[in-house]
Design a binder for this molecule. Structure first.
Ligand code: PLZ
Length: 452
């Protein structure tokens, strides 16, 4: 039901694209002036419209514009902004108590979230979880746990990887600008290997799986030594690095290597997890069972919550007091997560993500036929991207990518870019977006290409 009360967000908001000013409009520009005087320059913005409400598939701004949301706050609001069950659970919790610190005196919500994580993440082995505030913190802790459980120190990561901005995760992240430039020294014992990136694999996509596994295991053997490797950390579908989907069989191959060598396989599902790719987790598509899995973003409908979930014996290797933090697993964030996970189950959001992919992929492939600047269309479920190149080459075209994003923004479609070379447009709509709005968003994108 559409509402005209724009002081409230959530699924009741009118699900429409409605542009009444230039983007950003005067009210947003005025707020931006204040932002410039008070907020550090180091924080960037995809689109500096100041948000006043959001829900379903739309974001409303201070000038009264209603934009179609193809970003979900970077894969976070998969259940939609201010989703009903999230609001209900959070409101109830916030009126009871807001914080005790789980390490001071525990509460049920934290345990419930960990039970749900055990039930939903890949594998039916005995699991334990620990909760944190951000994705980066979860990755840091997964590495701490893997090092403790194995007594080894080396961590293997991939080209194009993104794992966060803290000192250790910055070292694990591949891209220098903007993430590492000037912020060193970075943490040591982090080793990088090539990613199985079919579109850019020198031997071509058909050879990618086997050759990548050969190169990776060869490098680990020659340069690190399997016996020194605590963990291999991989995003089963890479996020910030360009929505790189490895070829079938690559992840299972990597998992067997880890198992054979006593290496902890950590799947960073912070961006790909919680229904985004059309299954609960991206690892599920190939039946891969990681030893540890990191989650955040979509887990709690927009509240800061992250988790490390893994084999009980590895997780419990750490002594009491070895893991924690003041706010980790905050009761309000846990209530939000319970509401979000309930929504994902009740509304069958894995199926909703598959439906989004089924609508988007054919239209994007058709667009690629008409516009050879699109070198690759890829993704799973509602984690979809197009990679832009100089036609007929692999040369990244970041300029056209930026131009297209700008044109979409001006027309009221919030899209994000990504990729090591800045030449990927990615689409991450809330999984609850209506088909009409999804289709309209695609039309805006098609128009932007037509105007190139
Ligand atoms: N691992 C796979 O995608 C966060 C970061 C945007 P935090 N990605 C968006 C930016 O420019 O900071 C991410 C991720 C994967 C880890 C993280 C880190 O999660 O919650 O941002 O710390």
């Amino acid at each position: 039901m559409a509402t005209t009360d724009t002081s409230k967000g959530g699924p009741g908001l009118a699900q429409q694209r409605h542009i009444v000013t230039e983007i950003p409009g005067p009210a947003s520009r005025e707020l931006f002036e204040r932002r410039q005087r008070s907020v550090a320059r180091g924080l960037g913005h995809v689109l500096p419209v100041f948000v006043t409400a959001a829900g379903g598939g739309v974001v409303l701004d201070a000038d009264g514009n209603s934009l179609i949301d193809f970003g979900s706050g970077i894969a976070v609001t998969s259940v939609g902004n201010s989703a009903e069950l999230v609001v209900a659970r959070v409101t109830e919790q916030v009126e009871r108590f807001t914080h005790t610190c789980f390490m001071v005196a525990p509460y049920e919500g934290y345990v419930t979230v960990c039970e749900e994580l055990a039930r939903l993440t890949p594998g039916d082995h005995d699991k334990r979880s620990a909760l944190f505030n951000s994705g980066a913190e979860a990755v840091e802790n997964a590495v701490k746990i893997a090092r403790h459980a194995t007594g080894r120190t080396a961590v293997v990561v991939f080209d194009h990887a993104y794992h966060g901005r803290t000192n250790l995760t910055m070292a694990m992240t591949a891209k220098n600008m903007p993430y590492k430039q000037g912020f060193g020294p970075v943490a040591n014992e982090v080793y990088r290997v090539p990613m199985a990136y079919p579109f850019r694999w020198p031997g071509g996509p058909a050879a990618c799986k086997a050759e990548a596994l050969d190169v990776i295991t060869g490098l680990i053997h020659a340069q690190v030594g399997e016996q020194n490797v605590a963990a291999v950390v991989i995003e089963p579908i890479q996020g910030e690095g360009g929505f790189v989907v490895p070829p079938d069989g690559f992840l299972p191959g990597l998992a067997s290597f880890c198992k054979a060598n006593g290496v902890v396989l950590i799947a960073d599902e912070i961006q790909s997890g919680f229904c985004r790719t059309g299954d609960w987790f991206a690892c599920d598509h190939e039946g891969v069972v990681p030893d540890l899995i990191t989650t955040a973003k979509g887990i709690a409908g927009g509240f800061p919550l992250a988790g490390v979930t893994g084999r009980a014996e590895m997780m419990d290797a750490v002594h009491p007091g070895g893991l924690g933090g003041t706010f980790g697993g905050n009761p309000v964030a846990c209530a939000a997560a319970i509401g979000a996970m309930e929504t994902m189950g009740k509304e069958d959001l894995p199926a909703a993500a598959r439906r989004i992919g089924d609508i988007m992929l054919p239209r994007l492939r058709k667009l690629a036929e008409a516009h050879p600047v699109i070198g690759d269309v890829r993704g799973r479920g509602a984690m979809i991207a197009i990679e832009l190149v100089r036609p007929g080459t692999l040369e990244p075209d970041a300029d056209t990518t930026a131009k297209l994003a700008k044109a979409c923004h001006a027309a009221g479609l919030l899209v994000l870019t990504c990729g090591t070379f800045g030449n990927v447009l990615r689409f991450l709509p809330p999984l609850v977006i209506s088909e009409a709005l999804l289709s309209e968003g695609l039309s805006v994108l098609e128009d932007s290409f037509a105007q190139l």
